[in-house]
Design a protein around this ligand. Structure first.
Ligand SMILES: C[S@@+](CC[C@H](N)C(=O)[O-])C[C@H]1O[C@@H](n2cnc3c(N)ncnc32)[C@H](O)[C@@H]1O
Length: 403
């Protein structure tokens, strides 16, 4: 049984939800430790470049040891972290290039690990061995620092993660490919800031949470400029149907997907893009992943009645869409969808059609296990929220299955 520690991104409940949805593919079991990390115990080795398939994890760390903390972190680190321990992880000769990151600890723990590592660097120098110790101003080494300093290929980043009465110790195997995400987000030829585009990482996490498989027929009936289509194609989904009410987004998706195929010529997805009202789609899909129309942009001081009327109008659009989808979706098909929450002043308004959707024959599914929800202090495991602090429209993600 191997153990991999995933260092989680900005929205840890999404990160854990996607790990839980995908881990069965690797005969893995997920244990959320805190908002900072989750351990996956797996029978099979993880697929190559798995971190490129996960939108919510920043580092993939191979766990090598567990150090008990019977008294204090300081005592354990002083006893266990020695020059010999560092050198054991490198070939017998040659340069020792390393960095250290402490997660889930106090600022004292983080300062201490740097202090000990610096002392060990000096001991290695004193023994006439070439050494490079990578540091940064950040609390932990960022993915960029680890990558740029060659700590994956030439050197090592040692990760220490405080969990209950032990320290989980590992070496970073991969970090999130920030350049690839930049390309997928800002490299696309057509971007529609006005109707809003979903961040590629969120699109990826929703596809993972929906457990989309390569042979599934995936439908995005509100495709906009095609971010979900793009991420699904990169995940290896072979058949995607995308549609939008307006001609402009349809053209944008066409342009973006053409660009995607030129950037990634190995992709062999069959993408059908059409102009159609989501209330008229007839695709016999296995799964819908979509970010629908989320209403007019808010200024933040809209009166309650205005918000309530916008929520009602959108509720009607969603309900009519679900009614149509139910007629054509395959049995057991899943729908993972963004749901807006409007914020104006103290006011929060959302769309209240949950019962009507259940009455159509859908069942609502939680996205997080009970144990993880407790660890991450999430009281609504079937409504996960993805938003910046200053957002006026918060994106909730919800999931249903055709009952
Ligand atoms: C928020 S955008 C989707 C953005 C997309 N996820 C992306 O990243 O590019 C919502 C889209 O829904 C479309 N839309 C609005 N009403 C629709 C309807 N009744 N049927 C289909 N599409 C609709 C809009 O034209 C818009 O492109």
């Amino acid at each position: 049984m191997e153990e991999t520690l995933f260092i989680l991104g900005r929205e840890p409940e999404f990160s854990v939800a996607e790990l839980e949805a995908r881990a069965p593919l690797w005969s893995g079991e997920v244990m959320a430790l805190s908002e900072a990390g989750a351990v996956v115990r797996h029978e099979q080795p993880l697929p190559e470049r798995i971190l490129n398939r996960l939108g919510g994890s920043i580092k993939q760390v191979q766990v090598v040891e567990h150090w008990p903390v019977p008294e204090s972190v300081s005592k354990t680190l002083h006893e266990q972290l020695t020059k010999e321990w560092i050198e054991r992880h490198f070939p017998e000769t040659g340069r020792v290039e390393f960095g250290v990151s402490f997660y889930n600890g106090t600022s004292n723990d983080r300062a201490l690990i740097q202090k000990i590592a610096l002392r060990l660097k000096k001991e290695i120098v004193a023994a006439d061995r070439p050494v490079r110790f990578v540091t940064s101003q950040d609390q932990q080494l960022s993915a960029v620092t680890v990558q740029r300093n060659g700590l994956i290929k030439k050197g090592k980043e040692f990760v220490f993660f405080k969990n209950d009465s032990e320290i989980i110790v590992g070496a970073t195997h991969a970090v999130q490919d920030y350049q690839l995400y930049g390309l997928r987000d800002f490299g696309r030829p057509a971007a529609n800031a006005k109707s809003g585009m979903i961040p590629p990482k969120l699109a990826q996490m929703m596809l993972n949470i929906a457990q989309v498989k390569p042979d599934d027929l995936l439908l995005d009936p509100f495709c906009g400029s095609g971010t979900i289509v793009q991420e699904a194609a990169l995940m290896g989904v072979k058949k995607i149907v995308a549609s939008d009410l307006e001609s402009r987004p349809v053209k944008e998706t066409q342009e973006n997907i053409k660009w995607l195929f030129s950037e990634f010529p190995e992709l062999s997805t069959d993408v059908e893009i059409t102009m159609r009202d989501a209330r008229q789609v007839t695709t016999k899909a296995d799964v819908i992943v979509t970010e629908p129309y989320l209403g007019k942009p808010l200024r933040g001081h809209e009166p309650h009645d205005w918000l309530a009327s916008q929520a009602k109008e959108i509720g009607t659009l969603y309900f009519q869409s679900f009614t149509q989808w139910k007629k054509h979706l395959k049995p057991g098909a899943r729908v993972v969808m963004i749901w807006p929450e409007f914020l104006a002043g103290e006011e929060s308004v959302t769309i209240d059609i949950e019962q009507a959707i259940l009455n159509l024959g859908f069942e609502k599914l939680p996205m997080l296990s009970e144990a993880s929800a407790v660890k991450l202090h999430i009281t609504t495991p079937n409504v996960l929220t993805y938003a910046r602090d200053d957002a006026r429209v918060r994106r909730q993600v919800r999931m249903w299955r055709v009952a």
